[in-house]
Design a protein around this ligand. Structure first.
Ligand SMILES: *Cc1c(COP(=O)(O)O)cnc(C)c1O
Length: 427
């Protein structure tokens, strides 16, 4: 694709965009009476126009049916979570019984570690990416301590090589191989939140299995952003949140994946609760936990229906967009356009004022570009905000910009780059 640095080109791309009508299905924040340029969907996705209706429907059911809502109405609450599993299974590349919509992300990560991290004196190590999202670091550290091990020796972080910004797959694979005799779990993000690097999850899974360890993934920045094939890749477990690329609202419902090969493993630990009990026998309230087959057996508590309703509004939009490859196709072009424009600024300025630390390989990234500002980083971020471009700030000098294919436009990207260039003189 030949990109051009002009507004007419950007508008023409928007006119040709097969997903162009999806933008109307979202509420775009306003800035000085016009749509802001929202490039922050990696942090909090925008509100679907229908979110209010989906939520209201359930408030009405609560009002009209009260406790009967569990069993009556169009979508009885008892199985409401099930009405979402087809959509989310398509997004993460799983079978429907391999996913469960439940809880919040870090809570789910802990629950999955209870099942998949069973260290003994020989195998107790966890490999994670260096600079993982803090919540994942804390979760892993506390799991290790909970089992009486020392995070210093049990948690192996992999960092980029000297002078490099992102991880090489070969280095990940080699590190896994090096620790193979003591390795229990490899836990990686799908996409690193800071650099935007999309890891080779298939290669990591294979390497973990070769080493006799489990492979688990935190897909917070990957689900709804890049195509995933968890089942086919053979990943053991995964979790994600839905409030980033999946637009379910602040603190929205999370979900888990457990590969079907683990469903018959009766030695697996789990922290059980009644919502994970066999659906057909749950209300007999019998003693002794008997898990529901599949990922739903990891549920613990009563489904939070309002959160599920908000998520459903967004999943309906994903369903109508078709499969992830249509979304990915636009995402690749939008992100490449932003990259092109930023590189153009650097060329014109004769200096790399904006350094993109996200991999240049489109297969190794999603929608996000992380940009290091060489000068006046914080003021550049504020300048963008004052002019209606909402990005995301990370200390000490990184601006994350995520053009999201369902609601961002080529014009959004064009405006952002133009303002980045204007900021050089203005600050
Ligand atoms: C956003 C994010 C989280 C947040 O976890 P919550 O439990 O939803 O607060 C955790 N891990 C990663 C990798 C994230 O990107």
């Amino acid at each position: 694709m030949n990109y051009q640095n002009d507004l007419a080109f950007a508008r023409e791309q928007d006119r040709l965009d097969p997903l162009k009508n999806f933008r109307e299905q979202f509420l775009i924040p306003q800035h000085n009476g016009a749509d802001a340029v929202y490039l922050c969907g990696n942090s909090l996705g925008l509100q679907p126009v229908t979110a209010r209706t989906y939520l209201n429907d359930q408030l009405n059911n609560w009002q009209n049916l009260a406790v009967e809502g569990w069993f009556q109405g169009e979508d009885p609450w008892l199985d409401y979570h099930q009405s979402l599993s087809g959509s989310i299974a398509r997004i993460v590349g799983a079978q429907e019984n391999e996913v469960a919509v439940m809880n919040s992300l870090t809570v789910n990560l802990h629950l999955l570690m209870v099942s998949f991290y069973k260290p003994n004196s020989k195998r107790f190590k966890i490999i994670i990416e260096g600079g993982a999202f803090p919540s994942d670091q804390y979760a892993v550290e506390s799991q290790v301590k909970h089992h009486g091990f020392d995070p210093q020796s049990a948690v192996i972080e992999i960092f980029p090589r000297e002078g490099e910004l992102t991880l090489r797959t070969e280095d990940i694979v080699n590190t896994i191989e090096q620790h193979k005799n003591e390795l229990a779990v490899v836990l990686f993000a799908g996409i690193n939140y800071y650099t935007g690097q999309f890891f080779d999850l298939k290669a990591i899974t294979d390497a973990a299995h070769q080493a006799g360890a489990y492979a688990g993934f935190d897909l917070a920045h990957a689900a709804g952003n890049v195509p995933l094939q968890l089942h086919q890749w053979g990943a053991d477990f995964a979790c994600w949140c839905s409030y980033k690329y999946m637009n379910s609202g602040p603190g929205g419902i999370s979900g888990i994946f457990v590969h079907e090969r683990h469903f018959t493993d009766t030695t697996m630990n789990r922290f059980a609760g009644w919502w994970g009990y066999r659906r057909d026998m749950r209300f007999l309230m019998a003693p002794g936990f008997d898990a529901e087959q599949g990922a739903n057996g990891w549920q613990v508590s009563t489904s939070p229906i309002p959160l599920l309703a908000l998520f459903k509004a967004s999943m309906a939009i994903f369903d109508s967009a078709g499969n992830m490859s249509i979304i990915r196709d636009k995402s690749l072009r939008l992100t490449a356009y932003l990259e092109f424009l930023i590189n153009e600024i650097n060329l014109r300025q004769g200096e790399e004022l904006f350094r993109i630390i996200t991999p240049a390989d489109p297969q190794a990234r999603g929608s996000q570009l992380s940009v290091v500002c060489k000068r006046n980083a914080k003021s550049t971020f504020h300048f963008l905000a004052q002019n209606g471009v909402i990005g995301d700030w990370r200390e000490p000098d990184v601006i994350r910009l995520s053009p999201v294919p369902l609601y961002n436009t080529f014009e959004d990207v064009y405006k952002t780059a133009a303002l980045m260039e204007a900021s050089i003189k203005a600050i």
